[in-house]
Design a protein around this ligand. Structure first.
Ligand SMILES: NC(=O)C1=CN([C@@H]2O[C@H](COP(=O)(O)OP(=O)(O)OC[C@H]3O[C@@H](n4cnc5c(N)ncnc54)[C@H](O)[C@@H]3O)[C@@H](O)[C@H]2O)[C@@H](O)CC1
Ligand SMILES: Nc1ncnc2c1ncn2[C@@H]1O[C@H](COP(=O)(O)OP(=O)(O)OP(=O)(O)O)[C@@H](O)[C@H]1O
Ligand SMILES: [Mg+2]
Length: 327
């Protein structure tokens, strides 16, 4: 099997090729990942109707956590989705609505017919982001299990983050081998998944071989291990995103990433591998979303330093996207 690990600099050039066995792609393919991301971004034209550039669902939001689904949803819109639906617990809904009139909010996640309520919307959604601010209540997690099953049956791309990853660590079979899944664990979530799937404590956090191994153990689904460098694997290759961010680690940055990735995953799958030089479209989408998140962090930090919060980063999505991906 072809296995590669490639580090890409801030300007998109290949810096190193850590190991290469019979790779199906050449180093030349990797030279400009920025261009591959640009290739998946849909053109803005007057011929389109509302919804065509993305209708994204966020599954999360409970009594304790209302910020996370808001951050994910508003980030999806700021990146370029046309509509964002948040499916959350009843109590969280008025709070999330009050943050933003841009989000469509469904207070259904803790109802007895939650799966049916969300399923009604699935034919209209291009991608789901599952987990930001979901919490770990068994009732909610059981409903989300049903929503994941229904999404898989419809072949909908799903980004799984935060407490969605907690659910996957309890039941890895839920997502095993589903080629339209992307997992976005932070360090702690990665360790939890590793222990659940590989039945041993994680030894080499932050190394390309561990993200590759976890992806393979999950049936070659795309895994984004967030950290000082983001490592992204589809079980065949490992990409490294080292875009300059900052030393500010306020909560919510992962939600910005997962919301952005929801849209970019839809765009990448629509564009297809011919637009991504044969690379897995989800790998390109993940690299694009990581690069964007880190650039937002960098730009916000230039302005606000230690007081930078995720809201400041979200204000940078437009300028950062233009700088990185607009030709
Ligand atoms: N404003 C909000 O509503 C926010 C809600 N959040 C939600 O909070 C819930 C729990 O998320 P957590 O991320 O706390 O998950 P966990 O409860 O699994 O995290 C456990 C701990 O790991 C620590 N940690 C994270 N990265 C680490 C690293 N690189 N090295 C060492 N320790 C590290 C964190 O400080 C946290 O205390 C999720 O639903 C999440 O979406 C977060 O997304 C942050 C913002
Ligand atoms: N040490 C670091 N240096 C630079 N960037 C980092 C570092 N750690 C994480 N990041 C970036 O921050 C973003 C979010 O990663 P993080 O590990 O904070 O997620 P998280 O813990 O899930 O966040 P959240 O608070 O939203 O739950 C990623 O894009 C990642 O690239
Ligand atoms: Mg998180």
């Amino acid at each position: 099997m072809g296995v590669r690990s490639v580090a890409i600099s801030a300007c998109g050039r290949v810096l190193q090729r850590a190991f290469s066995l019979h790779s199906a792609h050449s180093t030349k393919d990797m030279e400009n990942f920025f261009q591959l991301v640009r290739n998946i971004v849909p053109a803005l034209t007057s011929k389109k109707h509302k919804g065509q550039d993305g209708r994204i669902g966020i599954v999360g939001g409970c009594q304790e956590y209302t910020g996370a689904p808001y951050f994910a949803g508003i980030s999806a819109l700021k990146v370029g989705a046309d509509l964002t639906h948040v499916f959350c617990a009843r109590e969280a809904a008025p709070v999330i609505k009050s943050y933003s009139p841009e989000l469509i909010v469904h207070p259904v996640l803790d109802s007895s017919n939650a799966v049916e309520e969300v399923e009604k919307w699935l034919p209209r959604l291009h991608a789901l982001v599952v987990g930001p601010g979901l919490g770990r209540d068994d009732l909610l997690l059981n409903n989300v299990r049903g929503i994941l099953e229904a999404s898989k049956a419809r072949d909908i791309p799903v980004v799984i983050d935060a407490d969605g990853l907690w659910l996957i660590a309890q039941q890895p079979a839920l997502i095993h081998n589903y080629q339209k899944a992307i997992l976005t664990p932070n360090r702690v979530e990665f360790g939890r998944l590793w222990e659940a799937v590989l039945n041993s404590p994680v030894d080499t956090q932050g190394h390309s071989d561990s993200v590759l191994k976890l992806s393979q153990a999950l049936g070659n689904i795309t895994v984004v291990q967030k950290g000082e460098h983001d490592l992204i694997s589809d079980g065949q290759q490992v990409l490294v995103c080292s875009q300059e961010g900052s030393s500010r680690r306020c909560g919510g940055q992962g939600d910005l990433l997962s919301g952005s990735l929801g849209v970019m995953a839809h765009w990448a799958l629509l564009a297809g591998p011919e637009r991504t030089n044969g690379f897995s479209p989800l790998l390109v989408a993940a690299w694009g979303a990581c690069t964007l998140t880190r650039e937002c962090n960098h730009q916000a930090f230039q302005k606000y330093g230690r007081s930078t919060t995720t809201t400041d980063m979200i204000a940078e999505v437009g300028p950062a996207f233009s700088k990185l991906f607009t030709t």
